[in-house]
Design a protein around this ligand. Structure first.
Ligand code: LMR
Length: 341
């Protein structure tokens, strides 16, 4: 912990005048521990609001001994750079999408990208809070990263600049995706052309026609103003977008124990809050998009949705070698136990 100029003078005075018991500088003289929390979405999204809530709670529970600086909208780092910066310690906390851990060598996280693998929100939380979730987070330790929590942003829809009511309508379209091999396989299963791209570059790429369409939960589509560059959308809810809140392990284990436990409870409450608001944020975003009239939304019937489920079914066996057949088998078993099969 760095002592300010004043504190150093105070300590020297204390030491020379034999006031040994006052050697440690009082709290007001110590610089706060700074946590830089970088992310790539707008502040008024589930993740953006979760980060702000964590900041508020962390500063409150540590009585100002910690200062959280939140950098939204890729202002500090874009997708690829932020994970490298975390490993280097240039930033202390991130909440990347579960679809972005493949390039780090932890491809098992891409199990969350398998289309229609998670029938309900409750089932997702059950998996994330259970042995599968813990096992996945523990895989980050070998990368110098510690997983603190899973955050949520709900299920994704497709958007493009032509009506896309059935799977065949995406044939030949260039579609922006996150850096996940499972999402590549998903787009190929629809005869579309996947284009990996940083989230922050998506708007411009859609505006200039570098890509024709993409997939997002409603909140990201609305808050990233993609309604301005996407005339059509369809409520497929084909895949999940979740996050892992992660920290640099060296930074985290180097914290004073009382600070770390205060931050752990701040994270617990912020996670509860983030989960509570995520669904409503997406419902409100869909309603706002519909009301704006800028993007025409096709609402699928159960029958129509089953044609998407059928078209995307080949993805799961195709990627089982990559994400781990054992994890998929465990998920299917959990679905049966949960009465969802
Ligand atoms: C995306 O790249 O589409 C999302 O992961 C962005 C985000 O963090 O929600």
């Amino acid at each position: 912990m760095k002592l300010s100029f004043l504190a150093r003078g105070f300590t020297a005075l204390a030491l020379t005048s034999g006031l040994a018991s006052f050697a440690i500088a009082p709290a007001w003289a110590q610089e706060p521990i700074v946590i830089k929390f970088s992310h790539v979405v707008a502040s008024d999204t589930p993740k953006g609001r979760g980060a702000e809530r964590f900041k508020q709670l962390a500063e409150q529970l540590t009585k100002g001994r910690v200062k959280v600086e939140v950098y939204p909208n890729s202002t500090l780092y874009k997708d690829k750079e932020e994970l490298e910066a975390l490993q280097l310690g240039s930033v202390q906390m991130l909440a990347p999408s579960l679809a972005k851990f493949g390039p780090l060598g932890v491809k098992e996280f891409e199990v969350f990208d398998i289309p229609y693998m998670f029938p309900t929100q409750a089932f997702l939380v059950r998996i994330e809070d259970g042995p599968i979730g813990h096992k996945l987070m523990s895989k980050l330790e070998t990368k110098g990263i510690t997983g603190l929590a899973f955050w949520d942003n709900g299920f994704k829809i497709f958007s493009a600049n032509k009506p896309i009511g059935s799977p065949g309508d995406l044939k030949g379209l260039k579609l922006r995706i996150q850096s996940s091999k499972v999402l590549e396989a998903q787009m190929r299963a629809l005869d579309a052309i996947p284009q990996v791209m940083a989230f922050g570059d998506t708007y411009q790429a859609l505006q200039t026609g570098v890509v024709d369409g993409t997939e997002n939960p409603w909140s990201n589509m609305y808050k990233q103003k993609l309604t301005g560059v996407q005339k059509n959308a369809v409520d497929t809810y084909h895949g999940y977008l979740g996050y892992a809140v992660i920290v640099n392990t060296k930074f985290w284990s180097g914290l004073p124990p009382d600070i770390r436990s205060a931050l752990e409870s701040a994270m617990k409450d912020a996670t509860r809050y983030e989960h509570e608001i995520a669904q409503k944020e997406n419902e409100d975003a869909m309603a706002a998009i519909e009301k704006s009239g800028r993007t025409k939304i096709i609402h699928l019937t159960a029958d129509q949705r089953s044609s998407w489920v059928k078209a995307l079914a080949p993805v799961r066996p195709e990627v089982s070698g990559r994400v781990g057949k054992d994890v998929i088998d465990e998920l299917v078993k959990e679905q049966t136990t949960a009465g969802l099969k």
